[in-house]
Design a protein around this ligand. Sequence first.
Ligand SMILES: [Zn+2]
Length: 268
Amino acid sequence: MPELPELEVLKNFLEQRILNLKIQEVIVKKPLVFRCLLDSFRFALVGNKITQITRSGKFLVFKNSSNQFLIINLMLSGRLQYTEMRTKTNAVTCFQIRFENDQELRYLDQKLMGRIYLVTETELSTVPQFMELGLEPLSDDFSLMQLQDGLQRYQGMVKNTLRNQHFIAGIGNAYSDEILFHAGINPLRKSSDLSPEEVNRLYDSIKIVLKSSIKQIQENIGDDIHIENREFMKVHNRGGKPCLICGTKISELTPEGKLTNFCRHYQK
Ligand SMILES: [Zn+2]
Protein backbone atom coordinates (compact mmCIF):
# COMPACT_ATOMS: atom_id res chain seq x y z
CA MET A 1 0.00 0.00 0.00
CA PRO A 2 1.49 3.33 -1.04
CA GLU A 3 2.29 5.63 1.88
CA LEU A 4 3.57 9.18 2.25
CA PRO A 5 6.99 8.67 0.59
CA GLU A 6 5.59 6.88 -2.48
CA LEU A 7 2.77 9.39 -2.86
CA GLU A 8 5.09 12.35 -2.50
CA VAL A 9 7.29 10.96 -5.29
CA LEU A 10 4.21 10.28 -7.45
CA LYS A 11 3.06 13.84 -6.91
CA ASN A 12 6.44 15.25 -7.93
CA PHE A 13 6.65 12.94 -10.94
CA LEU A 14 3.20 13.90 -12.24
CA GLU A 15 3.67 17.60 -11.51
CA GLN A 16 6.56 17.60 -13.93
CA ARG A 17 4.56 15.83 -16.64
CA ILE A 18 0.83 16.46 -16.72
CA LEU A 19 0.26 19.97 -15.35
CA ASN A 20 -1.56 22.27 -17.78
CA LEU A 21 -1.83 19.69 -20.55
CA LYS A 22 -5.20 19.54 -22.25
CA ILE A 23 -7.09 16.34 -21.55
CA GLN A 24 -8.41 14.83 -24.76
CA GLU A 25 -10.22 11.73 -23.71
CA VAL A 26 -11.18 9.69 -20.70
CA ILE A 27 -11.75 5.95 -20.89
CA VAL A 28 -13.42 4.11 -18.02
CA LYS A 29 -13.09 0.33 -17.84
CA LYS A 30 -13.99 -0.52 -14.24
CA PRO A 31 -16.47 1.91 -12.72
CA LEU A 32 -16.46 0.25 -9.30
CA VAL A 33 -13.75 2.54 -7.91
CA PHE A 34 -15.73 5.72 -8.57
CA ARG A 35 -17.50 7.58 -5.79
CA CYS A 36 -18.89 10.10 -8.27
CA LEU A 37 -21.02 9.99 -11.40
CA LEU A 38 -19.05 8.84 -14.42
CA ASP A 39 -20.58 11.59 -16.54
CA SER A 40 -19.42 14.22 -14.04
CA PHE A 41 -15.95 12.67 -14.02
CA ARG A 42 -15.73 12.83 -17.83
CA PHE A 43 -17.19 16.32 -17.97
CA ALA A 44 -14.73 17.58 -15.35
CA LEU A 45 -11.74 16.31 -17.28
CA VAL A 46 -12.25 16.24 -21.05
CA GLY A 47 -11.23 19.60 -22.54
CA ASN A 48 -9.89 20.70 -19.16
CA LYS A 49 -6.42 20.70 -17.61
CA ILE A 50 -4.96 19.65 -14.29
CA THR A 51 -3.60 22.84 -12.78
CA GLN A 52 -2.36 21.64 -9.41
CA ILE A 53 -1.46 18.39 -7.68
CA THR A 54 -1.20 18.08 -3.92
CA ARG A 55 -0.94 15.28 -1.40
CA SER A 56 -2.76 15.09 1.92
CA GLY A 57 -1.94 12.05 3.98
CA LYS A 58 -2.49 9.12 1.63
CA PHE A 59 -4.74 11.09 -0.73
CA LEU A 60 -3.65 12.61 -4.03
CA VAL A 61 -5.60 15.69 -5.06
CA PHE A 62 -5.77 16.90 -8.67
CA LYS A 63 -7.30 20.33 -9.17
CA ASN A 64 -8.71 21.04 -12.62
CA SER A 65 -9.08 24.29 -14.54
CA SER A 66 -12.73 24.54 -13.39
CA ASN A 67 -11.67 24.45 -9.72
CA GLN A 68 -12.94 20.95 -9.13
CA PHE A 69 -10.95 18.38 -7.21
CA LEU A 70 -10.32 14.85 -8.33
CA ILE A 71 -9.28 12.99 -5.20
CA ILE A 72 -7.65 9.60 -5.36
CA ASN A 73 -7.31 7.29 -2.39
CA LEU A 74 -5.24 4.37 -3.68
CA MET A 75 -5.99 2.21 -0.62
CA LEU A 76 -4.42 -1.23 -0.69
CA SER A 77 -3.73 -1.96 -4.31
CA GLY A 78 -4.35 1.20 -6.34
CA ARG A 79 -1.46 2.30 -8.58
CA LEU A 80 -0.92 5.07 -11.09
CA GLN A 81 0.83 4.45 -14.37
CA TYR A 82 2.03 7.14 -16.76
CA THR A 83 2.72 5.88 -20.22
CA GLU A 84 2.29 6.36 -23.94
CA MET A 85 -1.22 5.78 -25.25
CA ARG A 86 -0.07 2.90 -27.41
CA THR A 87 1.28 0.88 -24.46
CA LYS A 88 -0.92 -2.18 -23.99
CA THR A 89 -3.31 -1.74 -21.07
CA ASN A 90 -2.93 -3.96 -18.07
CA ALA A 91 -5.93 -6.19 -17.13
CA VAL A 92 -6.36 -4.29 -13.86
CA THR A 93 -6.64 -0.86 -15.52
CA CYS A 94 -9.74 0.96 -14.23
CA PHE A 95 -9.50 4.19 -16.20
CA GLN A 96 -7.25 6.19 -18.51
CA ILE A 97 -6.86 9.95 -18.83
CA ARG A 98 -5.38 10.90 -22.22
CA PHE A 99 -3.41 14.11 -22.64
CA GLU A 100 -2.61 16.19 -25.69
CA ASN A 101 1.02 14.95 -25.68
CA ASP A 102 -0.11 11.37 -26.49
CA GLN A 103 0.67 10.21 -22.98
CA GLU A 104 -1.87 8.93 -20.52
CA LEU A 105 -2.38 8.51 -16.82
CA ARG A 106 -3.85 5.14 -15.91
CA TYR A 107 -5.34 4.00 -12.67
CA LEU A 108 -4.72 0.31 -11.94
CA ASP A 109 -6.27 -1.59 -9.08
CA GLN A 110 -6.11 -5.32 -8.63
CA LYS A 111 -8.50 -5.42 -5.66
CA LEU A 112 -10.70 -2.50 -6.76
CA MET A 113 -10.49 -1.08 -3.26
CA GLY A 114 -9.29 2.39 -4.24
CA ARG A 115 -11.67 5.32 -4.29
CA ILE A 116 -12.05 8.18 -6.73
CA TYR A 117 -13.96 11.30 -5.74
CA LEU A 118 -14.83 14.42 -7.67
CA VAL A 119 -15.85 17.42 -5.56
CA THR A 120 -15.92 21.19 -5.44
CA GLU A 121 -14.00 23.04 -2.76
CA THR A 122 -17.03 23.29 -0.48
CA GLU A 123 -17.68 19.56 -0.85
CA LEU A 124 -14.19 18.51 0.28
CA SER A 125 -15.59 17.73 3.73
CA THR A 126 -17.82 15.05 2.19
CA VAL A 127 -14.83 12.90 1.22
CA PRO A 128 -14.56 10.22 3.92
CA GLN A 129 -11.53 10.73 6.20
CA PHE A 130 -10.18 13.61 4.13
CA MET A 131 -10.98 16.45 6.52
CA GLU A 132 -10.09 14.42 9.61
CA LEU A 133 -6.48 13.91 8.58
CA GLY A 134 -3.93 14.56 11.29
CA LEU A 135 -0.60 16.34 11.12
CA GLU A 136 1.70 16.17 8.11
CA PRO A 137 4.86 14.70 9.66
CA LEU A 138 7.24 16.60 7.36
CA SER A 139 5.60 19.97 7.89
CA ASP A 140 6.83 22.52 10.43
CA ASP A 141 3.49 22.12 12.23
CA PHE A 142 4.54 18.71 13.46
CA SER A 143 6.47 19.42 16.65
CA LEU A 144 8.11 17.23 19.26
CA MET A 145 5.48 18.38 21.73
CA GLN A 146 2.68 17.25 19.41
CA LEU A 147 4.28 13.85 19.10
CA GLN A 148 4.54 13.64 22.89
CA ASP A 149 0.86 14.60 23.30
CA GLY A 150 -0.31 12.12 20.68
CA LEU A 151 1.67 9.25 22.18
CA GLN A 152 -0.06 9.92 25.50
CA ARG A 153 -3.50 10.40 24.01
CA TYR A 154 -3.51 7.24 21.88
CA GLN A 155 -2.94 4.49 24.37
CA GLY A 156 -2.29 1.45 22.15
CA MET A 157 0.82 -0.02 20.53
CA VAL A 158 3.26 2.65 19.39
CA LYS A 159 3.10 1.22 15.88
CA ASN A 160 -0.65 1.82 15.78
CA THR A 161 -0.30 5.34 17.10
CA LEU A 162 2.09 6.17 14.26
CA ARG A 163 -0.37 4.65 11.78
CA ASN A 164 -3.37 6.52 13.14
CA GLN A 165 -4.35 8.89 10.31
CA HIS A 166 -6.25 11.17 12.72
CA PHE A 167 -2.98 11.82 14.53
CA ILE A 168 -0.28 11.71 11.84
CA ALA A 169 -1.25 11.58 8.17
CA GLY A 170 0.49 9.38 5.62
CA ILE A 171 2.32 6.77 7.69
CA GLY A 172 1.08 3.19 7.30
CA ASN A 173 2.14 -0.33 8.01
CA ALA A 174 5.48 -0.35 6.20
CA TYR A 175 6.93 3.00 7.21
CA SER A 176 5.86 2.65 10.84
CA ASP A 177 8.07 -0.48 10.95
CA GLU A 178 10.94 1.39 9.29
CA ILE A 179 10.65 4.38 11.63
CA LEU A 180 10.55 2.22 14.78
CA PHE A 181 13.56 0.23 13.59
CA HIS A 182 15.49 3.45 13.02
CA ALA A 183 14.53 4.65 16.50
CA GLY A 184 15.37 1.29 18.10
CA ILE A 185 11.90 1.02 19.66
CA ASN A 186 9.85 -2.19 19.81
CA PRO A 187 6.61 -1.67 17.80
CA LEU A 188 4.55 -3.58 20.40
CA ARG A 189 5.38 -1.14 23.22
CA LYS A 190 2.55 0.94 24.59
CA SER A 191 2.89 4.40 23.09
CA SER A 192 2.28 6.19 26.40
CA ASP A 193 5.16 4.26 28.06
CA LEU A 194 7.97 5.77 25.97
CA SER A 195 10.57 7.78 27.89
CA PRO A 196 11.23 11.42 26.92
CA GLU A 197 14.52 10.29 25.40
CA GLU A 198 12.73 7.66 23.27
CA VAL A 199 10.14 10.19 22.14
CA ASN A 200 12.99 12.45 21.03
CA ARG A 201 14.55 9.64 19.06
CA LEU A 202 11.22 8.69 17.54
CA TYR A 203 10.60 12.29 16.46
CA ASP A 204 13.94 12.45 14.66
CA SER A 205 13.42 9.00 13.11
CA ILE A 206 10.03 9.97 11.65
CA LYS A 207 11.58 12.90 9.80
CA ILE A 208 14.78 11.10 8.79
CA VAL A 209 13.13 7.89 7.54
CA LEU A 210 10.42 9.66 5.55
CA LYS A 211 12.84 12.11 3.94
CA SER A 212 15.46 9.51 3.09
CA SER A 213 12.80 7.16 1.69
CA ILE A 214 11.47 9.88 -0.60
CA LYS A 215 15.02 10.46 -1.83
CA GLN A 216 15.61 6.74 -2.32
CA ILE A 217 12.34 6.15 -4.23
CA GLN A 218 12.97 9.24 -6.33
CA GLU A 219 16.36 7.85 -7.34
CA ASN A 220 15.03 4.37 -8.14
CA ILE A 221 11.73 5.15 -9.76
CA GLY A 222 12.45 5.64 -13.48
CA ASP A 223 9.27 5.83 -15.58
CA ASP A 224 7.48 2.83 -14.13
CA ILE A 225 5.71 4.62 -11.34
CA HIS A 226 3.13 1.84 -11.02
CA ILE A 227 5.72 -0.68 -9.86
CA GLU A 228 6.34 -0.71 -6.13
CA ASN A 229 9.95 -0.16 -5.20
CA ARG A 230 10.76 -0.96 -1.60
CA GLU A 231 14.03 -2.82 -1.93
CA PHE A 232 15.68 -0.21 0.26
CA MET A 233 13.58 -1.04 3.31
CA LYS A 234 15.66 -2.16 6.26
CA VAL A 235 13.16 -4.17 8.31
CA HIS A 236 9.67 -4.24 6.81
CA ASN A 237 9.02 -7.42 4.81
CA ARG A 238 12.39 -8.85 5.89
CA GLY A 239 11.02 -11.41 8.36
CA GLY A 240 13.51 -14.26 9.03
CA LYS A 241 16.39 -12.40 7.40
CA PRO A 242 19.34 -11.13 9.45
CA CYS A 243 19.01 -7.71 11.06
CA LEU A 244 21.23 -5.22 9.25
CA ILE A 245 22.49 -3.89 12.59
CA CYS A 246 23.05 -6.92 14.82
CA GLY A 247 22.44 -9.99 12.65
CA THR A 248 19.55 -11.35 14.76
CA LYS A 249 16.73 -12.88 12.70
CA ILE A 250 14.06 -10.25 12.02
CA SER A 251 10.81 -11.14 13.82
CA GLU A 252 7.52 -11.27 12.00
CA LEU A 253 4.17 -10.89 13.71
CA THR A 254 0.71 -10.00 12.46
CA PRO A 255 -1.08 -8.19 15.29
CA GLU A 256 -4.57 -7.21 14.08
CA GLY A 257 -3.70 -8.74 10.71
CA LYS A 258 -0.97 -6.19 10.03
CA LEU A 259 2.43 -7.54 9.02
CA THR A 260 4.91 -6.22 11.57
CA ASN A 261 8.66 -6.77 11.38
CA PHE A 262 11.23 -5.79 13.97
CA CYS A 263 14.49 -6.89 15.59
CA ARG A 264 13.84 -8.33 19.06
CA HIS A 265 17.43 -7.68 20.07
CA TYR A 266 17.98 -4.16 18.82
CA GLN A 267 14.50 -2.67 19.27
CA LYS A 268 13.80 -2.31 23.02
ZN1 LIG B 1 19.08 -6.27 15.24
